[in-house]
Write a protein that binds this ligand. Structure first.
Ligand code: CA
Length: 362
């Protein structure tokens, strides 16, 4: 006991000495310097779920830093276009962004694995791969040449396949179909004979209503209800094989990040990790209520994609992912890590969550 007290006193003494080693004015600067940052997003301002994630990060950072850091959040188009977020953060015109990695597939094809790929990881699984399975290190490595530091910043959970005005009974019904569907999901649709389009969320309702597109995916009942897609399409298809658990991203300009004192970096990481989980919880809590409203109040017809159609989409997806990995060294590296994690976690889930949920739901 005495030995322990002596040990603690020694530690206290060393810490006290090293504290007095830093100059008072430096530590005062670190404590007092105010930081006012701008954060641009790909979502409409204050949009439920997706758009509120960066607002919550900003609120938490301001509160946790006792007002030392203030982040102003801008909706899509307020300062930069929805799909201009990556470039704005990369160039440093804005210190922060909130978006989804698959929007940058033309620039950073491997980024898609850190949002969602068809028949890929669910929300819990991608959290585990990114945070504990080596994904985050790879993600930071591939964004580093763009001067961007990414942090996982929200997840919608498994999405819906989307809104259609005709029934999908076979792949024949996909032929010539113009559908908003981003990322590798879009490439799968193309291979199946469809015409994929990438549009920001805020433009989807008008595009669907005026016939610019025939069908659209967006997120799930909670978000789709707010956009009113039920007023422009009759059938609501599931499952969202193309986006089983898309992860959102907080993008930070690396020079801006490096200019921060360590305690503010820790606050940003901690606040963003909290919001990453909170956003997923919000979707899970709201989606089922919204689905009931869509069906019971708005008369939406819920449809499951036929099993053979899902199977065909799966076969196309596997081929596209294999081909991408052959063409691109970075994708190959990310795909190896992702696939290995997916295979292992799938085997484990078969005897844990999957087995339990199957027995519970009988
Ligand atoms: Ca989506």
């Amino acid at each position: 006991m005495k030995k322990n007290v002596a040990y603690l006193l020694t530690i206290f003494f060393i810490v006290s000495c090293s504290d007095s080693g830093s100059t008072e004015s430096n530590s005062e600067n670190v404590e007092q310097k105010k930081y006012e940052w701008r954060l641009v997003t790909s979502w409409p301002k204050n949009y439920p779920g997706l758009g509120m994630a960066p607002e919550r990060i900003a609120d938490l950072v301001e509160e946790m830093s006792n007002g030392q850091m203030k982040i102003t959040v801008y909706g899509a188009g307020e300062q930069v276009p929805a799909f201009g977020v990556f470039d704005a953060v990369s160039s440093g015109s804005h210190q922060m962004g909130h978006s989804g990695g698959y929007f940058w597939k033309g620039k950073v094809p491997a980024a898609q694995f850190f949002t969602s790929v068809p028949f890929g990881l669910t929300a819990d699984e991608i959290n585990a791969w990114v945070n504990r399975g080596g994904g985050l290190e790879l993600w930071r490595e591939i964004y580093e040449p763009f001067n961007i530091y990414p942090i996982p910043a929200g997840n919608t959970g498994t999405q819906m396949f989307g809104w259609f005005n005709k029934e999908i009974n076979s792949l024949e019904d996909i032929k010539g179909l113009k559908m908003r569907i981003p990322g590798i999901g879009g490439e799968v649709l193309k291979e199946a004979g469809g015409i994929p389009v990438t549009l920001p969320g805020g433009e989807l309702f008008t595009a669907l209503q005026t016939g610019v597109i025939d069908a659209t995916e967006w997120v799930g009942p909670y978000n789709d209800l707010t956009f009113g897609f039920h007023q422009a399409a009759k059938y609501y298809y599931y499952p969202g094989w193309h986006e089983p658990g898309p992860m959102l991203e907080l993008l930070i300009n690396i020079d801006a990040w490096n200019s921060l004192p360590r305690h503010l970096q820790v606050i940003i990481e901690t606040a963003t990790n909290a919001v990453n989980q909170d956003t997923l919880d919000e979707y899970l809590a709201r989606n089922n209520q919204a689905l009931n409203e869509l069906i019971e109040v708005h008369g939406v017809e819920l449809r499951k994609l036929p099993d053979d159609v899902i199977e065909e989409f799966r076969a196309i997806s596997e081929k596209i992912l294999d081909d991408l990995a052959k063409e691109d060294e970075t994708i190959s590296k990310v795909y190896d890590s992702y696939s290995k994690f997916k295979n292992d976690v799938t085997e484990y889930h078969k005897i844990s969550e999957d087995a339990f949920v199957e027995s519970r739901n009988k």
